[in-house]
Design a protein around this ligand. Structure first.
Ligand SMILES: [Zn+2]
Length: 134
């Protein structure tokens, strides 16, 4: 669609078509809608290509970017249970040593992260040393 046609469309949605700023506001809204539509179009076309057996390498080539970039851009965030589980596990890990929770791992949860028993103990030793040196 031609930009002038799009502008007419924005003007027809404007609260006050005589006011260029109102038309601009309508154009911004329309532009966001169109951008969502074109994203959805590409998602759909990529899904179709994947279902037809196209590799991420070939899909990436069509876009002019790498296989990794293509996969990252078009794979939904929680595509597989495996990926979701890995993320969940990572999100539950100790913020200091990345130890993941387990039956024998004690974890203290805070507002901004978690700390495992081993790190609590290590941190406690470090603080005790610092106090001793004063
Ligand atoms: Zn830890």
């Amino acid at each position: 669609m031609e930009p002038s046609e799009l502008l007419s469309r924005a003007r027809s949605r404007s609260l006050d078509p005589a006011d260029p700023l109102e038309t601009l506001a309508a154009a911004i809204t329309l532009s966001a809608e169109l951008s969502r539509d074109t994203d959805a179009l590409l998602d759909l076309a990529v899904r179709e290509a994947r279902e037809a057996g196209a590799s991420w390498t070939v899909i990436g080539e069509r876009f002019g970017f790498s296989k990794q970039a293509a996969r990252k851009r078009f794979t939904p965030p929680f595509a597989g249970r495996h990926l979701a589980n890995r993320r969940k596990k990572r999100d539950a890990a100790c913020s200091f040593c990345r130890q993941t929770p387990g039956p024998r791992i004690q974890m203290v949860h805070g507002e901004a992260g978690r700390i495992c028993g081993a790190c609590v103990s290590l941190a406690s030793d470090i603080v005790a040393d610092l106090i001793k040196r004063r």
